[in-house]
Design a protein around this ligand. Structure first.
Ligand SMILES: *[C@@H]1O[C@H](CO)[C@@H](O)[C@H](O)[C@H]1NC(C)=O
Ligand SMILES: *[C@@H]1O[C@H](CO)[C@@H](O)[C@H](O)[C@H]1NC(C)=O
Ligand SMILES: *[C@@H]1O[C@H](CO)[C@@H](O)[C@H](O)[C@H]1NC(C)=O
Ligand SMILES: *[C@@H]1O[C@H](CO)[C@@H](O)[C@H](O)[C@H]1NC(C)=O
Ligand SMILES: *[C@@H]1O[C@H](CO)[C@@H](O)[C@H](O)[C@H]1NC(C)=O
Ligand SMILES: *[C@@H]1O[C@H](CO)[C@@H](O)[C@H](O)[C@H]1NC(C)=O
Ligand SMILES: *[C@@H]1O[C@H](CO)[C@@H](O)[C@H](O)[C@H]1NC(C)=O
Length: 636
C-alpha cells in the first residue's frame, strides 16, 4: 500500500507511541511495591568486606587472573565463521554487466615534500604526472603525511585484561524484551574520519581535505585506520560486535572520478582485503558508497560564496555530471564486492551535502539507478538502501495544530524530499516544490522507476528537535528568501527545550540530547509513514568535555552508556509494543574520530590516543554489547 505523508495524521502516531504532557499530581507510582512501610530495626553484627557488586560471572577464565576472588567477566568474542554466505555473483561473472571492463593502474603516493612532478608521462591524461597534479592543484594548507604508519600493520591478539568488563552503573534496564534473531547490531565509522593516508596508494583528492574545518583543525592522519584496519577489526570482534559498517571513498577507487577513467588497483585490493578480514573475524560488513567524501572535481569551479539553499555545504551532487559518474563508480564497487557484502548504503545523509534542489534531485535519481543495477542486473540478494540525517522534528505543543503543521513541514523538507519518491513512489511534497528554487515535480515514469528503491529506511536519529510555528507565519517566511531570514527554507522555529522550558534531555557536547522516548515516537513515524524496515544506521553521544579528562575518566563514560541503553530499550518497546520493524542499530562511532574539523566532540566507544594511535575500550562499548547480547537468543 502506498500512503502519503500528508494523509497520515501525525497526532495518531504520537498518541500511539508516546503520551506527551499527561497532567498529573503527586509522586511517581511504584506499582511493583507490595510491602507497606515498616520501621527499621537497628542492630549490630560482625563486619567483613563482603560487597559483591563488581563480581561478575566469568565467561573465559585465565589462570593468571584466578588469584582474585573477584573473578572478572570478559567480553565474548564472535565465533570463527564456519562458512561464508554469498549475496551476488563473484567479480569474474559480475564484470560482464559493465559495458566496458575498466582499466586498472597504480599511482603510488603524493608526498608534500616532493612538490616537483618528476613523472614524464605528461601526455597521458591519467598518468603519474596527471595524478600528482590533482594533488598539487589542491594547494592543501598544512598538508602532512606525518602518520606513524606507511604500510598495513599486522594484528596482534587483544590482551584479555583489556576485555574485563567494567563495574555496572547502579541504575540500568530491567526489561524482559529480546531482540529478533535477525537484529543487526553493529558499529559504524566513515573513511574520511578514520582512515588517514589521504594522498597515499593512489587516492585522489576529495572535498573534505579542502573544506572540512578551519586550516588549523585539518587532519590528514586521523586514526590511520587505512593501515591499522586488521587490528581495529580484531578489537571489534573480540568485543562481540557482529556488523562493521565502513565507507569506501570514491577517490580511492577512481582517482580521476569520471566514467572511463582507470580504476586504482591498490584501492580495490585494500577494500577486498578489508572485507575478507571482517568476514574472517566472524563479522559481516556494511558498506556505504559515499560518506561526505565526494571527489573534489565536482566543485572545482564552484562559487563557495553562494549560500546553500539546503544543507550544510556542497557535495557536488548538483553538478550536471554527478549522476552518471556516481552510477559508474557504484557499479564498479558493486561488481567487485556484492558477492560478500550483505548490506549496502548508497548515500550517507544526502540532505547535508545536497546544496539545492538539483543536488537532492540528482541523489534521488542516482540512488534509484544503483538500486536497479544491484537487484535487477546483478540479481544480488543482499539489501541496498539509503540513510538520512534528521533529528526528529516534534511539535512543541502536539495539541496545537499550527505546531503540528510546522513539524510536518520540517519532516517533509528533511525527509519527504528524498523519501516520498524513493520509498513511496510519490511526488516531492508540496512544501518542497513551493519553497526550493528550481524545484520541479517528477514525471509519472520517473516516479515508477524511483518508487520502492530502498530495502530499508536508514536513519541517523541522534536526537530530537522541538518545532513550532514562526511568528510571521509559514507563507510570509517562505516568500522572504533573503540572506537575513535565517528561518528559510524550513520556516519553522527549532528549539531544544520543551514547552515548559526544560531541555528535552541530558545534553552532550553537541546537538545531541538523550531523548529515548522521542526515538520511539520517531520509529513509529518512520515505519508508519514510509512503510519499510527502519535501520538505525548511526546513533551516538559525545560526552561533554570528555576530551579534557584523564584517560581513566574518559573510559568510564556513564552518560554515553545511558544514551545507548535507553535508546536500545526504546527500540525494543518499539518492536514489541508498537509493532515497528526495526532492522538493526549501528553505534557511532567505533573510535573517537575526526568530526569534520573537530576532535573534541568524541563520539567514540573507544578512546583514540592521537600520538600513539592506541585504542582503548570505553565502558559504554561493554554495556552496549552486553545489553544486546543478553537479549539476543540465537545471534544472526
Ligand atoms: C554476595 O553474594 C552472595 C552470593 O551470591 C550473597 O549471598 C550475598 O548476599 C552477597 N552480598 C552482598 C552484600 O550483596
Ligand atoms: C597551519 O597551521 C598553523 C598552526 O596549527 C595555523 O596557525 C595556520 O593557520 C595553518 N594554516 C596555514 C595556511 O598555515
Ligand atoms: C562539474 O564537474 C565537472 C567534472 O565532471 C567539472 O569539470 C566542473 O568544473 C564541475 N562544475 C563546477 C561548477 O564545479
Ligand atoms: C498555537 O500556539 C500559538 C503560540 O505558540 C498560538 O498563537 C496559537 O493560537 C495556537 N494555535 C492553536 C490552534 O491553539
Ligand atoms: C517493494 O519492493 C519489495 C522488494 O522487491 C517488494 O516486496 C514490495 O512488494 C514492493 N512494494 C511496493 C509497494 O511495490
Ligand atoms: C525577511 O526576514 C528578515 C529577517 O527576519 C527581516 O529582517 C526582513 O524584514 C524580512 N523581509 C520581509 C520582506 O519580510
Ligand atoms: C598518549 O600516549 C602518550 C604515551 O603513552 C601519553 O604521553 C599521552 O599523554 C597520551 N595522550 C593522551 C591525550 O592521553
Amino acid at each position: 500500500m502506498r500512503v502519503s505523508v500528508a494523509s497520515i495524521p501525525l497526532l495518531v502516531t504520537i498518541s500511539r507511541a508516546q503520551q506527551l504532557f499527561i497532567t498529573t499530581t503527586g509522586y511517581t507510582d511504584r506499582p511493583q511495591c507490595t510491602l507497606s512501610a515498616t520501621s527499621p530495626s537497628y542492630h549490630f553484627q560482625s563486619f567483613s568486606f563482603t560487597l559483591n557488586d563488581t563480581v561478575r560471572q566469568a565467561h573465559i577464565l585465565r589462570p593468571a587472573l584466578q588469584w582474585t576472588a573477584n573473578r572478572p567477566r570478559y567480553a565474548t568474542s564472535v565465533p570463527a565463521p564456519t562458512s561464508i554466505r554469498t549475496y551476488g555473483p563473484p567479480y569474474s561473472e559480475a564484470i560482464h554487466h559493465l559495458t566496458a571492463t575498466p582499466a586498472t593502474t597504480t599511482w603510488g603516493n603524493y608526498l608534500p615534500e616532493s612538490t616537483i612532478i618528476t613523472a614524464t608521462d605528461t601526455k597521458d591524461p591519467y598518468g603519474q604526472a596527471a595524478w600528482s597534479s590533482l594533488w598539487q592543484n589542491m594547494k592543501l594548507e598544512n598538508y602532512t603525511t606525518a602518520g606513524l604508519y606507511s604500510t598495513t600493520v599486522l594484528p596482534t591478539p587483544v590482551p584479555s585484561i583489556e576485555l574485563v568488563l567494567p563495574p555496572r552503573d547502579y541504575f540500568g534496564p530491567t526489561d524482559c524484551y529480546n531482540f529478533p534473531d535477525d537484529f543487526i547490531l553493529g558499529v559504524a565509522g566513515s573513511a574520511a574520519q578514520v582512515e588517514g593516508a589521504v594522498a597515499l596508494e593512489g587516492r585522489g583528492p576529495t572535498i573534505l581535505e579542502k573544506l572540512a574545518g578551519p586550516a588549523q583543525f585539518k587532519n590528514y592522519v586521523t586514526a590511520e585506520n587505512y593501515f591499522l584496519y586488521k587490528q581495529d577489526i580484531r578489537r571489534l570482534a573480540a568485543m562481540g560486535v557482529r556488523y562493521y559498517s565502513f565507507s569506501i571513498p570514491w577517490a580511492r577507487i577512481l582517482p580521476f572520478t569520471l566514467p572511463g577513467t582507470p580504476v586504482n588497483q591498490q584501492g580495490i585490493d585494500h577494500y577486498d582485503d578489508l572485507i575478507s578480514t571482517v568476514l574472517d573475524a566472524g563479522m559481516l560488513p556494511i558498506v556505504t558508497l559515499t560518506h561526505f567524501d565526494s571527489p573534489w572535481v565536482f566543485v572545482s569551479s564552484h562559487d563557495f560564496t553562494t549560500k546553500a539553499d539546503i544543507g550544510a555545504t556542497t557535495g557536488g551532487y548538483q553538478n550536471e555530471t554527478f549522476v552518471d559518474a556516481f552510477v559508474n563508480y557504484a557499479k564498479i564497487v558493486l561488481t567487485h564486492y556484492a558477492d560478500r557484502v550483505p548490506i549496502w548504503v548508497t548515500f550517507n545523509e544526502p540532505f547535508l551535502y545536497s546544496f539545492n534542489f538539483a543536488g537532492a534531485n540528482n541523489v534521488v535519481n542516482a540512488h534509484a539507478q544503483v538500486y536497479h543495477f544491484y537487484h535487477d542486473v546483478l540479481k544480488a540478494t543482499g539489501k541496498i538502501g539509503i540513510k538520512f540525517n534528521d533529528n526528529f522534528g516534534v511539535p512543541r505543543n502536539p495539541s496545537n495544530s499550527s505546531d503540528v503543521e510546522a513539524a510536518n513541514r520540517y519532516q517533509e523538507l528533511y525527509l519527504g524530499l528524498f523519501a516520498n519518491p524513493i520509498f513511496l513512489g510519490q511526488q516531492y511534497p508540496d512544501s518542497v516544490l513551493n519553497t526550493l528554487p528550481g524545484a520541479k515535480p517528477l514525471s509519472k515514469e520517473e516516479l515508477n522507476y524511483i518508487g520502492n528503491t530502498s530495502d530499508f529506511f536508514g536513519i541517523d536519529p541522534y536526537t530530537a528537535t522541538v518545532v513550532s510555528h514562526p511568528a510571521e507565519g509559514i507563507d510570509a517566511c517562505v516568500a522572504n528568501h533573503s540572506a537575513e531570514n535565517s528561518l528559510w527554507p524550513f520556516c519553522v522555529v527549532e528549539e531544544t527545550t520543551n514547552v515548559f522550558g526544560w531541555n528535552i534531555g541530558y545534553r552532550s557536547q553537541s546537538y545531541v540530547y538523550t531523548t529515548p522516548t522521542y526515538l520511539r515516537e520517531y520509529l513509529s513515524y518512520l515505519w508508519n509513514t514510509f512503510r519499510h524496515p527502519v535501520f538505525v544506521a548511526e546513533f551516538g553521544f559525545p560526552v561533554f568535555g570528555e576530551a579534557d579528562k584523564e584517560l581513566s575518566d574518559q573510559l568510564f563514560d556513564t552518560p554515553r552508556s545511558t544514551y545507548y541503553l535507553s535508546f536500545l530499550s526504546e527500540i525494543l518497546k518499539s518492536i514489541h509494543e508498537d509493532g515497528v520493524h526495526v532492522m538493526g542499530a549501528l553505534a557511532w562511532s567505533w573510535v573517537d574520530n575526526w568530526e569534520f574539523g573537530d576532535y573534541t566532540q568524541q563520539f567514540g566507544i573507544q578512546v583514540l590516543n592521537h600520538t600513539t594511535q592506541e585504542r582503548f575500550y570505553k565502558k559504554s562499548f561493554f554495556d552496549l554489547v552486553d545489553f544486546v547480547g543478553a537479549r539476543l537468543s540465537s545471534p544472526s
